[in-house]
Design a protein around this ligand. Structure first.
Ligand SMILES: Nc1ncnc2c1ncn2[C@@H]1O[C@H](COP(=O)(O)OP(=O)(O)OP(=O)(O)O)[C@@H](O)[C@H]1O
Length: 301
């Protein structure tokens, strides 16, 4: 396997503050790589180094085997976390200008902009100023600014924040189609459900260091299964008293039971069978949210 984007033992200091400490990433073509971490963990700093906007103090970043060089500008697209459009300038003017900076001809940029506006169902914004748009629609325009020049590598920092559920789906679908078109995508998010849906591999940063990294599937399989979903036709009593059960939550459809050791699952099933007809019994893998909280939560600032 050759990886187009390789970050090798990269560190970055700001004064005596270490923002990123010796991190390593290998991102495939046609994948969305998840970069996770609490606020201040070092995600944006890492992305800005990949983009060549700031330089690592140590380590190397290579794109198809070579270090940063100016030609990469036109191959990279960036959706920054802090949005940076000019409020008073027309969308058509500023997006085509940004595309020209990335090496596009104005006519091609204009054509591409019109296609993207249509795809996002906002064609009438072509002549509008950014300040006239809602936050969510400004976000869509900012996304267009990142992809208009058809970059090979895409850096998306909190791409879906501030969007309503319909627009989240629209952008998610778009990111997936860019992945399927062979783009190499680095994606940060605080929404673990989005990461679970989009990313094959992840890296969780905590206070500048990598605390968990690898295939999401393997990471999930390596954590114990401590949650049971139980649905029965009638109520079941005494679940709390089963040895190894740490909590029982009764919901509308049944129970969510937490266990401390895997043998307890068998006892829960036994007790439920004795009292009712079971319509669902499932020992669940941990969610990424649970894993994140477990790894980061206890030491959160
Ligand atoms: N220009 C800067 N000067 C000094 N310190 C900085 C600078 N940029 C970032 N830092 C520090 O480096 C650390 C990592 O910041 P970074 O922005 O990369 O975190 P993040 O993971 O993107 O956080 P968030 O989720 O809040 O966006 C933080 O402690 C931050 O205060």
């Amino acid at each position: 396997m050759t990886y187009p984007l390789v970050v090798e033992n990269v560190s970055k200091q700001y004064g005596d503050k270490t923002a990123v400490n010796s991190i390593r990433l290998q991102v495939k073509q046609g994948e969305i790589y998840g970069l996770l971490g609490a606020n201040g963990a070092g995600k944006t700093t890492t992305m800005r180094m990949v983009l060549g906007l700031i330089y690592p103090d140590q380590g190397t970043i290579t794109w198809k085997g070579q270090g940063y060089r100016d030609e990469l500008r036109s191959l990279m697209g960036y959706l920054p976390e802090e949005r940076g459009l000019y409020p008073k300038v027309k969308i058509s003017e500023q997006i085509t200008y940004l595309a020209e900076l990335r090496g596009m001809k104005r006519s091609a940029a204009d054509r591409s902009l019109k296609e993207w506006l249509e795809r996002f169902e906002v064609s009438d914004y072509y002549n509008r100023k950014v300040e006239e748009l809602s936050k969510g629609n400004q976000q869509k325009i900012q996304f267009i600014a990142a992809v208009i020049h058809n970059p090979e590598i895409l850096i998306l920092d909190e791409a879906f924040s501030g969007l309503d559920p319909v627009n989240v789906e629209l952008l998610k679908k778009t990111v997936k189609s860019l992945r399927d078109a062979g783009k190499t995508i680095l994606f940060s998010s605080h929404r673990m459900d989005h990461v679970e849906e989009l990313c094959e591999n992840i890296c969780i940063l905590h206070r500048s260091n990598t605390i968990l990294q690898g295939s999401l599937k393997e990471i999930k399989a390596s954590f114990p299964r401590e949650r049971i979903v139980l649905e029965t036709e009638t109520r079941v009593h005494g679940l709390e008293q089963i040895p190894g059960v740490s909590s029982v939550n009764e919901g509308l459809n049944g129970y969510e039971i937490r266990i401390e050791r895997s043998e307890a699952a068998q006892s829960v099933l036994q007790v439920a069978i004795e009292q009712s007809v079971i319509t669902r019994f499932q020992v669940m893998e941990p969610t990424l949210n649970e894993i994140f909280i477990q790894k980061v939560g206890g030491q959160h600032e």
